[in-house]
Design a binder for this molecule. Structure first.
Ligand SMILES: Nc1nc2c(c(=O)[nH]1)N(C=O)[C@@H](CNc1ccc(C(=O)N[C@@H](CCC(=O)O)C(=O)O)cc1)CN2
Ligand SMILES: Nc1ncnc2c1ncn2[C@@H]1O[C@H](COP(=O)(O)OP(=O)(O)OP(=O)(O)O)[C@@H](O)[C@H]1O
Length: 195
């Protein structure tokens, strides 16, 4: 049957449903799955050969990639983390083991202004939901849609969605501004999206 709801409503409902499901994952399972996702990322040549990897500091019940940061940094990668700007854009600042994260708007932890801004060549994108075609849903503020659109207009970039397997949905509604992903990594494995 055709879905009669406007796209914005469908997205809002899916977001709520999947976030509730993600919040219910037990901590031990979340930790194990996060480590499994980290192990998969070590097997992706585009990641291991990247200069600058944009990751994220986990918020709420997201996948936790932090166990990779020291190793990446020690092996010569730059690790970037997102910082929200007043114009609803994202920039990425360089993480190091001595950085102290600061609590910013919506309780999000971010690197302070003293950390230099960097341009990522790999973007690990936190997901609320995804589908098999590589469409993604975030928290609904368009931060990553804008960031991906701006980065791809300037350089070649690889976008990798990061989520737990339970965050997959059959099909997400797609709007003109939605930026699809090149790959999705869950604890179940690495999926490359063909287009
Ligand atoms: N780890 C991580 N960092 C990230 C993101 C992310 O998805 N994951 N972001 C990806 O975008 C940006 C932060 N985006 C956010 C979007 C919404 C809310 C939030 O709390 N929204 C409230 C409504 C706030 C309001 O409208 O006043 C809510 O949903 O209840 C927080 C952060 C940048 N950093
Ligand atoms: N490139 C862009 N330029 C300006 N506005 C944009 C752009 N991309 C998305 N937006 C706006 O951001 C809002 C949120 O979009 P959407 O519901 O697709 O969010 P999302 O994909 O869940 O969020 P996010 O990208 O933060 O993960 C929409 O109102 C949309 O118009």
């Amino acid at each position: 049957m055709m879905n009669q709801l406007p796209t914005g409503d469908v997205k809002r409902n899916l977001r709520q449903e999947i976030l509730a499901k993600r919040d219910l994952l037990p901590d031990d399972l979340r930790r194990a799955a996060s480590l499994c996702i980290c192990a998969h990322l070590k097997d992706i040549p585009e990641v291991t050969s990247a200069v600058t990897i944009a990751a994220f500091w986990p918020m709420r019940s997201e996948v936790d990639l932090r166990s990779l940061f020291n190793g990446w940094s020690d092996s010569g990668h730059q690790v970037g983390l997102p910082v929200m700007q007043p114009d609803n854009k994202l920039v990425f600042r360089k993480w190091s083991a001595t950085c102290l994260m600061e609590e910013k708007q919506f309780g999000v932890m971010e690197l302070p202004e003293t950390c230099e801004q960097i341009i990522p060549d790999i973007l690990l994108v936190p997901l609320v939901a995804f589908d098999q075609k590589g469409n993604r849903l975030g928290y609904g503020k368009g931060f990553y849609d804008r960031a991906i659109a701006e980065l791809v207009s300037k350089q070649k970039i690889v976008t990798i969605g990061i989520a737990f397997a339970i965050q997959e949905v059959a099909a997400l509604p797609v709007e003109a501004h939605d930026q699809p992903l090149d790959m999705i990594v869950t604890e179940a494995g690495i999926r490359r999206v063909k287009r």
